[in-house]
Design a protein around this ligand. Sequence first.
Ligand SMILES: [Mn+2]
Length: 315
Amino acid sequence: METATFAGTTSSDGAGAASRTGTVVGVPTSAGSPHEGSENGPYFLRRVSQHLTWGYDDGVPLAVDTLEAMSGWVDGGDLELPDGADAEKVASAVRREVADLARLGVVGLVGGDHSITAGAVEALVEHHPDLWVVQLDHHLDVQIWDHGPLDPLFHTNVMSHVGRWIRPGHLLQLGLAPFVAAPGGSLDDVRTLLSGMGRQVSSVAGMIDDDVALAELLGRDRAVYVTVDLDVLQPEAMSSTGYPATTGLSLGRVVQLLRLLSRANTIVGFDVVEFSADRDDRSPVVLADAGRAAVVLAELMRCSSPAPTRGEARR
Ligand SMILES: [Mn+2]
């Protein structure tokens, strides 16, 4: 039986280190979420990824806009997690895995819930002390309650944990809900916290559709980690997630943002998180949502491939 891999990647035996662009690893966990379901993300994304190479033993995804083929990507399998591991333990396992794989190129993760991002960023900051993090998400995932010590890691405060590793200001959050609930007694603290961490742009801001303004915000010649929480997509495009968006971006706009980011910067690692469904669910909506998630994954792989292998017509 054909073994499903992520978005046209070869299985780990295939490509040697020399020709490897990067590695994609599944992190099947919902340890950082109050709901089950996101542990099935890697399973669903591998299954629907078969459509990207359908019918060919040696099939590779060919990018229609540039006519480039995806090559050099290895599916590193699923990260083995100890039974009953909590989100902190999972993040530690992610950190070790990413530290290992970063020597072999770009590291991509398929979640799993959003808390896995903390371990990946901690590992990559070792290699890239100036690392920037670009987060596409409907939610801030910043601890804006209790301004004391951070609560233990979970998917709703993951970016606060990420903030322990990256420099102040290096977090760019795009596609957020236009309003968040903030504790009324500490608004100044919340404003100081968020503006100190970086920049927030909602899904309804004019800037989200303004390539010139966004290009300036995204900068150039930066090493960037990209985390895509699939709930950044509008609810019609992504309901198979724990907390679907009320407003959100189209799949096309998400792809364009990734292309814009990668035009002037280097993506050194990425994750796609928060796909969530029952493992046996084969309803058309779930399969279509998984297919869209696989497109986001493939685009992240393409945008983080070395520039010479990428085409010019990348809008
Ligand atoms: Mn999130």
